[in-house]
Ligand binder design. Structure first.
Ligand code: NA7
Length: 491
């Protein structure tokens, strides 16, 4: 592969989900030469892999779009997963990205060479290619966490993780068991309660439910969006969305402040006013701080969970039997289909691909204690490798597209150093990254995520793995890298 005629640079993008598509569009704009490597046969990442009933993005649809590609066609304030997949497919075609994507091409290895300042990329097929810059856009939540429940392997009905939805499994008129009540489990309850004979929702921890408005857009409204993009901007930049993002990040960083108090009161009022049966109400009452786990935005969960077909089981699961679930108190729930809404291993990122940086340093070794990246993007010892939605980035109830776009602004300025010929590689210095991590960890422990619940936000030592400062601080950090934190190699 020959690189850009002007700069000579060759780019590899790993993953053709939301972030990889963004990188491809931005590289194309800059006239760069790149290949996107995608392990699957389709684009879409998380929106390709997840197809469970009720799958909806809990960020308003007009905010969960690329800033440069608004979409008048959204059917409702919140979009379904299937609609989002269609959006990404259309974007890929509109920007002519598809020919630059290699499908069925799983990256299994990346090895840096100082002498040539290149990355050697290996695919599962054994094919090898050489690149100057690697953009890691391989996503976060894509390794299903299957619970270690005794007897699960002896269950005789269909049992599957939500990210591996089995379309042949009985749901209509069936006895369905659903383990897990994160965003996924809650959305499934809302989608299937009217279809099943009985739905037993196994709830280990109750959830904070934030009531949100839901409405569809009429054809007239979509026509108006098409005619006047300012109408879309009015939604994307509204106080309803941007204001909420700011209030939310203020709340998670100032956990005893007025914004958090408002969130807690609003959610508890929702529980109080919505759930009639006092026994069910107490089962659903959270026993930890709001937003410690990801807040669940739902307009219909409390209605769904009160349907006669739904039973919320809060006991401890003792074992899975061939035709049901036995609880620790001896109760047995007969089950035809067992759905595991038990979340993901959030610490994998590009792994299991083996990544080796300078002096033989492997990513596994560098991340032995916890996954980390400088401002969620760069890693000391791994020059010219840039992550989108990497570890320590912002997490919460806002658009990861917006996060990735801001991260791209930061990456592009570092790549400019190479484009200007000031060196052949850039890498954050170990000292700069260590100082960042020290500050980040100290701050992360004081965020709401560190207030004492379990969640996928926590690393193996129980430290929140996320951006611990405000949204505005993130915005400022992404606007311009601190170039003094970077070493330029091969000058
Ligand atoms: P989450 O948010 O990680 O939720 C996983 C759920 O599964 C949660 O309720 C867990 O209970 C429960 N769980 C996990 N293991 C078990 C076992 N062994 N027994 C009982 N219950 C269990 O995953 P989601 O897929 O819902 O959402 C992931 C993200 O996707 C979401 O935050 C959005 O960003 C999109 P626990 O709370 O640990 O007691």
């Amino acid at each position: 592969m020959t690189g850009n005629r002007a700069t000579g640079l060759r780019f590899a993008v790993v993953g053709a989900g939301m972030a990889g598509i963004l990188a491809a569009i931005k590289l194309r704009e800059r006239g760069e030469v790149f290949t996107v490597f995608e392990k699957a046969e389709r684009i879409g990442g998380t929106w390709r892999e997840n197809r469970y009933p009720g799958l909806t993005c809990d960020v308003p649809a007009h905010a969960y779009t690329y800033s440069f590609e608004p979409y008048p066609e959204w059917q409702a304030y919140y979009a379904t997963g299937a609609e989002i997949q269609v959006y990404f497919e259309k974007v890929v075609d509109k920007y002519g990205i598809r020919p630059s994507i290699r499908f069925g091409a799983e990256v299994t290895g990346l090895v840096w060479d100082d002498a040539s300042a290149t990355w050697t990329l290996t695919l599962a097929s054994g094919e090898v290619q050489v690149f100057d810059v690697v953009i890691v856009a391989s996503g976060v939540l894509h390794h299903p966490r299957v619970p270690d429940l005794p007897g699960l392997d002896r269950f005789e009905g269909a049992a599957f993780h939500t990210a591996r939805w089995d379309d042949s499994a009985p749901i209509d008129g069936a006895k369905v068991g659903l383990i897990g009540c994160g965003s996924t489990g809650v959305q499934i309850v809302t989608a299937i309660n009217a279809r099943v004979d009985r739905l037993v929702h196994f709830q280990r921890s109750p959830q904070w439910i934030m009531p949100v408005p839901y409405f569809t857009y009429s054809e007239e409204e979509r026509a108006a969006f098409r005619a006047d993009p300012a109408l879309i901007d009015a939604i994307r930049f509204s106080d309803e969305y941007i204001g909420n993002v700011r209030r939310f990040t203020d709340a998670i960083t100032d956990i005893d402040g007025p914004q958090m108090k408002a969130i807690e009161e609003y959610c508890l009022l929702n529980l109080e006013n919505s759930v009639k049966d006092p026994v069910l109400k107490e089962k659903l009452r959270p026993n930890y701080r709001a937003a410690c786990k990801r807040l669940i935005y739902s307009w219909s969960y409390y209605d769904a969970v009160q349907q006669p077909s739904v039973f919320v089981e809060t006991g401890r699961i003792a074992e899975i039997e061939p035709h049901g679930v036995r609880m620790a108190d001896g109760t047995v729930h007969a089950i035809d289909t067992l759905v595991l809404a038990t979340g993901f291993h959030a610490d994998r990122f590009i792994r299991p691909a083996g990544v080796t940086g300078q002096n033989g340093l492997t990513l596994d070794a560098f991340w032995a204690r916890r996954p980390t990246a400088h401002y969620a993007i760069t890693l000391p010892g791994f020059p010219n490798l840039f992550m989108l939605n990497g570890p320590t980035g912002p997490v919460g109830n806002f658009s990861l597209i917006d996060i990735a776009e801001r991260q791209w602004t930061y990456i592009d300025q570092l790549v400019d150093v190479l484009r200007r010929g000031e060196g052949r590689a850039v890498a954050v210095t170990p000292a700069a990254h260590a100082a960042y991590e020290e500050r980040r960890i100290a701050a992360a422990k004081t965020t709401i995520f560190g207030s004492g619940c379990s969640s996928w936000y926590l690393d193996a030592e129980g430290v929140p793995a996320s951006w611990p400062w405000s949204y505005d601080a993130f915005d400022a950090a992404m606007a311009k890298p601190k170039f003094e934190e970077y070493a330029v190699l091969g000058t």
